[in-house]
Design a protein around this ligand. Structure first.
Ligand code: 5GP
Ligand code: MN
Length: 331
């Protein structure tokens, strides 16, 4: 049985953890995944615990400024035995990318609305901007004086990336208050911003050029979609993670309600689909129906098969959701 905990209960649970603790997050880790897991890694070490941090996939280069990134190990399999595992920013065991996590007890810290408990303990707050924001709240209850500049920088980074630099609708007054508190703990916002967003390689722009050429529309311009074929990476020498943010182009088009990014994953016929909404359509619901999950405005899923069929199946779901939102608006 999985047990949901309050912030104070999580704070107590973490302080009381003994033995070997493993920290992990989801595959293809993003800023929130890396920031929250590294934040907890530093925090637990400061509590005097024995901690290891291990991911399925390597960390994109633009996160290399974060304190402790070099201590993160990665690979397809976790070796060793652990007393605890703390999994951050993960709503579904498949998302960790591991078939087996060798730990006696498990805790999830997450903010995904589609989350279904799969660990011994969990805290999931779907209304919060990011796992980093939630983690800060818990750390403040546990041992506020331990939150130093490295921890604050890790958490701030995840908040920045998950809120689109404080622009998305998940940005609340509390998010900005926490950002302010993190700055008081030594975060340098321009350093974070420039490290993340001002070190682009030219390969990224070559990739963007090819991907933007695939721009197409469906459902009378309500859906805009772009596609990244595997061969584009070979042609441009770009890394897969350098396509981060491309989806904001189709989303930014006037009249578009849902933006879609189809990415061909290594292995034949495998696709990663990213969805973004402008508010009318709950894309988390659609992603969940198709085997994934996420948030109201940003969600995704993985699938296999012919891209044409994948598209028509998805567009049918979006059409239904748009009709539903239309009837809701006139009733
Ligand atoms: P992105 O499109 O940037 O990869 O992901 C946007 C959001 O959708 C993520 O924060 C995550 O919540 C969710 N998401 C993306 N892909 C998947 C997936 O394959 N499974 C689940 N459960 N959620 C996903
Ligand atoms: Mn997140």
């Amino acid at each position: 049985m999985s047990k949901g905990l309050t912030r104070s209960e999580v704070a107590e649970l973490i302080k009381g953890m003994t033995g070997k603790i493993l920290i992990t997050t989801h595959k293809n880790p993003d800023g929130d995944a890396i920031g929250s897991s590294l934040g907890w890694y530093h925090f637990l070490k400061k509590l005097g615990k024995e901690v290891k941090i291990f991911y399925r996939d390597r960390i994109p280069y633009f996160f290399d400024f974060l304190p402790g990134v070099n201590e993160v190990e990665s690979g397809p399999e976790i070796k060793g035995e652990f007393d605890w595992v703390i999994i951050t920013d993960v709503s579904d065991p498949k998302r960790t990318g591991f078939e087996n996590i060798p730990a006696k007890k498990s805790l999830v810290i997450d903010h995904h609305i589609t989350a279904e408990p799969f660990t011994d303990y969990y805290i999931v707050e779907p209304d919060i901007s990011s796992t980093c924001e939630l983690s800060y709240g818990i750390m403040k209850i546990a041992e506020p004086e331990l939150i130093d500049t490295p921890i604050a920088t890790s958490l701030y980074t995840g908040i920045v990336t998950d809120t689109g630099s404080f622009n998305y609708s998940n940005t609340s007054p509390r998010t900005l208050k926490i950002a302010s508190e993190l700055l008081e703990r030594g975060v340098e916002p321009y350093r974070v911003y420039s490290s993340l967003f001002e070190r682009n390689r030219i390969n990224k722009f070559k990739l963007l050029e090819l991907v933007l050429k695939t721009l197409d529309f469906a459902l009378n311009g309500k859906v805009a979609h772009i596609t990244l074929y595997r061969k584009f990476l070979e042609e441009t020498g770009a890394y897969p993670e350098e396509s981060e943010g491309f989806i904001s182009y189709p989303r930014s088009i006037n009249g578009v309600e849902v933006a879609v990014f189809f990415k061909e994953v290594e292995g034949k016929g495998k696709w990663k689909v990213s969805l973004r909404s402008k508010g009318k359509v709950n894309v988390a619901k659609i992603a969940k129906k198709l085997g994934g999950g996420g948030h109201r405005m940003a969600a995704g899923y993985e699938t296999e098969g012919d891209l044409k069929e994948i598209k028509s199946k998805l567009f049918k779901e979006i059409e239904l959701a748009l009709e539903e939102s239309y009837y809701k608006s006139i009733l």
